[in-house]
Write a protein of this length. Sequence first.
Length: 138
Amino acid sequence: MLLGARREQRCGGALTALQRWALELAESSFLTSCETYGTVHHMKAELLLRNKRVYGNGAIREMVIWKLPKADGERPHGLKYNLYYGIDGACLVRYDNERGKGDHRHYGDNEEDYEFSSVEQLLADFQSDIERLRYTNE
């Protein structure tokens, strides 16, 4: 049985396209586990992805993505997300879309707008930033 199939069974069977994509990344060592949670009741949103990894040097990568009940002007893609990478309490890079700011990226002390195109691209951009930071800090 393939590793992805075992993870799919552990996660309760049918997975969304996003969760399948995350599992493919897991097998390439980007993600370390699959956690499916269902509905976040106070937000009436579906939690699509929650993943946390602690690196050997103590750095933390945490990714959380929710599917909202409906898209709106601030979140036309219908998602709420927070992708974080930091060490020793310092945020090195974060992608999020909090109310009033829209899609944006924090990189070091800088904050800039982020043009959201897809979840796959968001995760790829985030991972690229992490790799760039890890490469320059080693």
